[in-house]
Design a protein around this ligand. Structure first.
Ligand code: PEP
Ligand code: MG
Length: 552
């Protein structure tokens, strides 16, 4: 093969995640198919490998936050689909080797998805490739021919890696410490890897036409995720220009961060509370409490690992750490919202209509010992800082009253034992239409709208069912009428109404929320910069009321 002089050459590619990266080149070869027929035709071994894959994905999901968790849960749901598993079993029973049967089935599905014109479905081919590899790895017991290419990358310097493709779980398992850019030959901009790269803020290109073999001797590169190109062996002059560019970007980010520290307002000068949703303890190191108005939702289910419900003491430690982190800002902690799409073995049985079944406060009021120990941990943490307790899936006022009695009893018990405790504010998630429509019957300190569930229950559209996802939408006026009703009740009674569902993190809906009179939102940590920057820019565009800035 002719040696190419790459010096200072620029190769076009499609931008998937914006940004500029300057670093060493790391080429990663990855195999997606087995070259030889492996092992057994025993269907039970195949099923064990599928099971093992599910457990690995579950373990990985538990260690990560919401976005990664959702992607991995989606893959687990694919593995639960009999339309995927049954045909493979059938071929195995007809004496095909497990690995061959699995590979054939997945290859044909991947091909079908790749031929789809709808970019959403096209992008799902990548999840199937991920599953194909993982199950094969488990079947072949990690055959070294089929190793994990992205594990132990061990980059010593800032590096950009080039690979043919990468799967979502490979992305999630990669150590991003020194990896600052990604170039993949094949990847859809709607794929989960693309979504992850954007959410991690890693510049990424795809549709790169040069064969990786020809790039073997390349050392340095610039990934330009603005223009959409990879510049190989840049000249010192070009390198200097780009370094300056990176410095300017850095300054822009600093400017955004300085906006973050300021309180947010709407264009009339009303204060808008921007809190964050806590889905893991990562938040304590990733987010400065000065950048938000506290925590609007803590999904305590993240504390349940492998069916183990944390003890009162373990929970107290976590809640106290949140209090320490928050520097006096309110922390809303939701009691366990298990059931629905978050089953816990031994507690929520595999119900057919799990979203309509044993979920949230319904579970807590049935498993009273567990509930009481969570309440005790919360009351003890309330003695240390401003904890607000929030109940999920509340449907009727009696659920709140029963909880209030438990809180009072546990408070008195703790006081009797000389253990420091406080009575927290008590609020509810408004996510069941029955509760939303009779909001005035709920005598609580605050309300938080769970739009994710409210939309699903209002439209009779399961939030995880892709075949009816066109109906799962916040655009319908009946939804906004209901939102306004809840907010009006909050205004009348002087109680805070917040929104902690995903629409609060979506800048497409922020304006509508503000126009509808909402003044408090709780957003995912990854959206905080976007949301606060958006709010600041709205004020600037709409001729600011100068008083607003004096308040800073
Ligand atoms: C919601 O339903 O909008 C919500 C925030 O809760 P979760 O997504 O955890 O059900
Ligand atoms: Mg909910």
């Amino acid at each position: 093969m002719n040696k190419i002089n790459f010096s200072n050459q620029s190769f076009p590619a499609q931008v998937v995640s914006e940004g500029i990266a300057i670093g060493k080149i790391l080429i990663i070869g990855n195999k997606t198919s087995l070259e030889k027929n492996h092992g057994t035709s025993d269907p039970s071994i195949f099923l064990e490998s599928v099971q093992e894959t599910k457990s690995q994905l579950k373990d990985l999901a538990l260690k990560k936050s919401q976005i990664e968790g959702d992607i991995l849960e989606f893959q687990i749901s694919l593995l639960n689909d009999s339309e995927l598993i049954e045909p493979v079993l059938k071929s195995i029973k007809a004496k095909e080797k497990c690995s061959v049967a699995w590979q054939k089935k997945l290859d044909s599905m991947i091909e079908e998805f790749e031929e789809e014109t709808d970019s959403y479905f096209k992008a799902r081919a990548e999840d199937l490739k991920d599953l194909k590899k993982r199950v094969l790895r488990n079947l072949t017991k990690n055959d070294e021919n089929f190793s994990k290419p992205f594990q132990n990358l061990n980059a010593k310097e800032k590096s950009i890696f080039l690979a043919d493709e990468m799967t979502p779980s490979e992305f999630i398992e990669t150590d991003w410490n020194q990896i600052i850019g990604i170039v993949l030959k094949n990847c859809s901009p709607n794929s989960h890897v693309a979504i992850l790269a954007r959410s991690y803020g890693i510049p990424m290109l795809t549709d790169f036409k040069i064969s990786l073999n020809r790039m073997k001797n390349v050392k340095n590169a610039i990934l330009d995720g603005k223009k959409g190109c990879l510049i190989i062996e840049p000249s010192p002059k070009l390198l200097k220009e780009y370094q300056k560019n990176v410095q300017n970007n850095f300054e822009e980010i600093q400017l955004n961060l300085s906006k973050l520290a300021k309180p947010s307002f709407n264009s009339k000068g009303d204060r808008i509370l921007v809190k964050i949703n806590a889905d893991s303890m990562d938040l304590l190191t990733k987010i400065d409490p000065e950048h938000c108005d506290g925590i609007g939702l803590t999904r305590t289910e993240f504390l349940i690992k492998d069916g183990h419900i944390p003890s009162e003491e373990e929970q107290f430690q976590v809640y106290s750490n949140l209090v320490k982190w928050s520097c006096g800002k309110p922390i809303t902690i939701r009691t366990f919202d298990v059931g629905g799409d978050k089953p816990v073995e031994g507690i929520t049985n595999n119900e057919e209509n799990s979203f309509l079944g044993f979920r949230g406060i319904r579970v807590s009021l049935k498993f009273k010992d567990l509930f009481r120990s969570q309440i005790r941990a919360l009351l003890r943490a309330t003695a240390l800082g401003p904890i607000q307790v929030m109940l999920p899936m509340v449907t009727i006022p009696e659920e709140v009253e029963e909880t209030r009695e438990i809180i009072t009893e546990e408070y008195l018990n703790l006081c009797e034992k000389g253990i420091k405790a406080g009575i927290p504010k008590l609020g509810i998630m408004v996510e069941v239409p029955l509760a939303a429509l009779s909001i005035e019957k709920f005598d609580v300190d605050f309300y938080s709208i769970g739009s994710n569930d409210l939309i699903q229950y209002l439209s009779a559209t399961a939030r995880d069912n892709r075949s009816v996802s066109y109906l799962y939408h916040a655009k319908y006026s009946a939804f906004w009428d209901l939102m306004s009703k809840i907010n009006a009740h909050g205004h009348r009674t002087g109680r805070e109404v917040s929104i902690c569902g995903d629409i609060a993190s979506d800048t497409n809906y922020l304006e509508k929320l503000l126009d509808n009179g909402f003044r408090s939102i709780s957003v995912s940590p990854n959206s905080l910069v976007n949301v606060k920057t958006y709010l600041a820019s709205k004020i600037l565009k709409e001729e600011p009321n100068k008083e607003v800035f004096k308040l800073n």
